[in-house]
Design a protein. Sequence first.
Length: 61
Amino acid sequence: MVKISRNIVDQIKKHGERTYNEECCGAIIGETLNGFKVVHEFFEFKNGKDVNKARRYLISP
């Protein structure tokens, strides 16, 4: 089971809404505590593609 706060869920939703209709990506960071996966942070990644962002995604180094 994964435990994720409403705040982080809202951050993920807002990222998707802001980037729609392009591809979007992010990372969730957390740990395992007492048998649960607990999410602590969400990081948005910028789509580094110059063209066709609706179908392609590039995470720059």
